[in-house]
Design a protein around this ligand. Structure first.
Ligand code: DGL
Length: 252
């Protein structure tokens, strides 16, 4: 039985999911979060589904040693690859994320929707199902190599990457850009500067935080006072990654 004082486990292939963590801590300030960045196995987005499932099982085994009461997959790629497997294997709630194509389709007015995500996310059956429901006008924009620029805090190179990428589209005909990878949310302000004002930039972080709150309340394990701690873990080099994680949290 989970206790409401138990922590919520959150993970991503690296620091991207810290953008989701920032939103969750605003919505749920009394929860304690253990955030795990699987830096040693990053990136996930250029791996196969089977490889990502293997990595994710390793992460979950680590988080379960800390008696987590719920698991948030703060990674679109890992959700597509492994959420169904994890839900079948775990007896705690599993909250995942997907590119915000549905909300983007609701604000579309005849223009295109750029869905920026990892190559694996855009190949997955889960995403193609979403495309079949809400994909009118949507264009898949795989951004291989972009997460590495965020991990490396290489902001000027990221700006140049985005600038180049956007030359492929006529911005006047774009209604929305969907940030379908949690790493890209750290580039939102940059993208805002590069895109005309009418283009809506959407991500799934607020929806994920609300969903976590709903699920914890339904199960009666929502923490309403005390807590509020954030603990970082990584499979990478702790000396460099833990300070990076703190810096990324400050950006949220
Ligand atoms: N942050 C991850 C996502 O939301 C992917 C980054 C990676 O390629 O590992 O999809």
């Amino acid at each position: 039985m989970s206790n409401c004082a138990d922590p919520v486990g959150v993970f991503d292939s690296g620091v991207g999911g810290i953008s989701t963590l920032g939103e969750m801590r605003r919505v749920l300030p009394s929860e304690t979060f253990i955030y795990y960045g699987d830096t040693a196995n990053a990136p996930y987005g250029t791996k196969s589904t089977a490889e990502v499932i293997r990595c994710v099982r390793g992460v979950v085994a680590e988080l379960q040693r800390e008696s987590i009461k719920a698991l948030v997959i703060a990674c679109n790629t890992a959700t597509g690859a492994a959420a169904a497997t994890l839900r079948a294997e775990l007896d705690i709630p599993v909250i995942g994320m997907e590119p915000a194509l549905k909300p983007a389709s609701e604000i579309r007015h005849g223009g295109s929707i750029l869905v920026m995500a990892t190559p694996l996310t855009l190949r997955q059956e889960k995403f193609n199902h979403l495309m079949s429901l809400y994909g009118e006008g949507a264009v898949k924009v795989p951004c291989e190599g972009l997460m590495e620029l965020v991990e490396g805090e290489r902001w000027e190179e990221a700006r140049e990457y985005l600038r180049q990428l956007l030359t492929r589209f006529d911005p006047k005909k774009v209604d929305a850009a969907v940030l379908g990878c949690t790493h890209y949310v750290f580039l939102k302000d940059m993208l805002r500067e590069l895109l005309p004002g009418h283009v809506q930039i959407m991500d799934g972080n607020a929806g994920t935080a609300r969903q976590l709150k709903r699920v914890l309340a339904q199960r009666d394990i929502l923490r309403e006072d005390g807590g509020g701690e954030i603990i970082f873990r990584t499979s990478g080099d702790e000396k460099t990654v833990l300070p990076l994680m703190e810096r990324m949290l400050e950006r949220t």
